[in-house]
Design a protein around this ligand. Structure first.
Ligand SMILES: [Zn+2]
Length: 258
């Protein structure tokens, strides 16, 4: 048994099913997107209907989640107006992964290298373990992404769901948490990347390739498709940072790269 198999074997027994209300989970997901900078103070959220579609939950669940966030002073929910982010101070509501301020300190190269290793391992494992309900969810999320082509924020919210469904299907919570945390890296830049013409189309076709490989239970194809997607995320993020003269600030900051 190699080390990777051992790692997964050891962790699989620890996977727990959450019994918390779905609205709390959705509130945490939105809080995490706000904490990561994907959604900023002053941003209007997509409509309840669009959020329900992007996250594949009921409108009632979305309403409950928005109420939790508005009670905490994170959102302003006014009848007849779009819901707006008024504070990024989400406190413990952000999912308890690595603190985002620490994630930001890593270089783009290091994050990319780690994502390649972690996501490849999770993709292989997901191809083996993913259940029918999760596959259906991925299919629905791709449909939601098709419908959100003109709305980068809804697309990103749905994109995060898509990725985390696969990370969870890999049945190793530590790796899933690392992958989810690194997914949030430079989210403020990702948002501008997906707003560029054609970017969402390309991402959706990457997602389809990943989905097809999972349906076929082909671990090699799933890992390869994730690699293509991750490479694209790296290159487009790098491009937008170079263009804005940010490369020196966050890239090649110390250490050896993977
Ligand atoms: Zn994606």
């Amino acid at each position: 048994m190699d080390a990777m198999t051992l790692l997964f074997e050891a962790a699989s027994g620890a996977v727990q099913v959450s019994r918390r209300p779905m609205k709390n989970t959705i509130a945490e997901k939105l809080a995490t997107l706000i904490a990561s900078g994907a959604i900023s103070v002053g941003d209007e959220l997509p409509s309840e209907r669009d959020l329900a579609s992007a996250m594949r939950v009921s409108r009632e669940t979305i309403r409950g989640a928005l109420l939790i966030l508005s009670t905490r002073g994170i959102l302003s929910v006014v009848q007849g107006a779009r819901t707006m982010v008024i504070s990024a101070n989400v406190g413990e509501l952000a999912l308890a992964e690595m603190p985002y301020r620490d994630v930001k300190a890593y270089s783009l190269e290091d994050v990319h290298g780690t994502r390649l290793v972690v996501e490849e391992a999770l993709a292989r494992r997901a191809a083996e373990l993913i259940d029918a309900a999760s596959l259906k969810r991925l299919q629905d999320l791709i449909a939601a992404q098709e419908a959100a082509k003109e709305d980068p924020l809804s697309f990103l919210i749905s994109d995060r769901e898509f990725h985390t469904v696969i990370y969870s299907a890999g049945a190793n919570r530590v790796l899933a948490d690392v992958a989810t945390t690194l997914y949030a890296y430079l989210m403020d830049h990702r948002r501008r990347v997906v707003a560029r013409p054609g970017a969402i189309d390309v991402s959706i076709s990457d997602h389809r390739a990943i989905f097809d490989a999972l349906v076929l239970r082909d671990g090699n194809a799933a890992a390869a498709a994730f690699k293509v997607h991750e490479r694209r995320i790296y290159e487009t993020t790098h491009q937008i940072m170079s263009r804005e003269g940010l490369v020196g600030q966050s890239i090649n900051r110390g250490g050896r790269n993977l």
